[in-house]
Design a protein around this ligand. Structure first.
Ligand code: PEP
Length: 261
């Protein structure tokens, strides 16, 4: 069974003082959601600080990226082994900002993904179409090519316990959200692509929605059957918003289990 998940992507935001304040407001409230998993991905320099604050809580630590390289002469890079040593469980892979601003390709995303799985960490594979691609009716084709680029290479065994995040590029940081119906349609397509590899993979893989998730749209998104949680950027920096988003997932999970959805 899939354990629903909310991941906070702090992107390149924060400071020692701001992180402490945010966590002080956040942790007492989000740490009490037993039915769901929550993780926080701060920038690299704050992994140790945030990791320390998460000790003794059920909230997990994640990184926003990882090096393709194992170690050695790669100035500025951070390896998966280092991330594991810092206590990370999750690593975002192929975020659209990495693809569009830092030249990541399906090939480099696949290589990175494999490194993350090899290190015993959980990759969160981000896929999604641009507005132009959506308007041209290419959403399904883009999703299929980004997903199969990884799956065809690593195979079902190499996919590990990966999480998929469907993040329409046009909805990230824009305040525009895919409607619950639009998101559900893509999530159902992703699930059926996974089932081409195996039904077990389709049944166990969490598929998160990301793209301007907020307190006021989370509930309707999370009530869709193939949306297993969210990858949250901007709203994860606001404790009231993030707590409400986690609550919405907790409630949707409870409703699904009790048949009250
Ligand atoms: C993200 O960074 O993955 C994201 C979805 O950002 P936002 O929630 O701000 O759109």
């Amino acid at each position: 069974m899939i354990r629903p998940l909310v991941i906070a992507n702090w992107k390149m935001n924060g400071s020692y003082a701001a992180n402490n304040t945010l966590l002080t407001h956040l942790l007492p409230d989000i740490a009490v959601e037993p039915a769901i998993q929550i993780a926080i991905c701060p920038p690299y320099p704050y992994l140790a600080q945030v990791g320390q604050r998460l000790i003794g809580t059920p909230v997990r630590l994640g990184a926003q990226n990882a090096s393709l390289a194992v170690n050695g002469a790669h100035t500025g890079e951070v390896s998966v082994r280092m991330l594991r040593e810092l206590g990370c469980d999750y690593v975002l892979v192929g975020h659209s900002e990495r693809r569009s601003l830092y030249g990541e390709t399906d090939a480099s995303v696949t290589h990175r993904f494999a490194q993350v799985v090899k290190a015993g960490l959980v990759p969160v594979l981000c896929i999604g179409e641009t507005l132009d691609e959506r308007n041209r009716g290419q959403t399904d084709a883009v999703i299929e090519s980004q997903l199969t680029a990884v799956l065809d290479d690593v195979g079902e065994a190499g996919f590990g316990d990966a999480v998929i995040a469907y993040e329409p590029v046009w909805a990230i940081g824009t305040g525009e959200t895919a409607s619950p119906a639009q998101a559900q349609a893509v999530h159902a397509n992703i699930r059926s692509l996974l089932s081409r590899y195996s039904h077990a993979l389709a049944a166990k893989t969490p598929i998160l929605y990301g793209g301007s998730v907020k307190a006021d749209n989370a509930r309707d998104l999370f009530r869709k059957p193939d949306i297993n949680g969210g990858l949250v950027g901007g709203a994860s920096l606001d404790p009231a918003q993030f707590i409400a988003i986690c609550d919405a997932l907790g409630q949707a999970t409870w409703a699904a289990h009790s048949g009250a959805a």
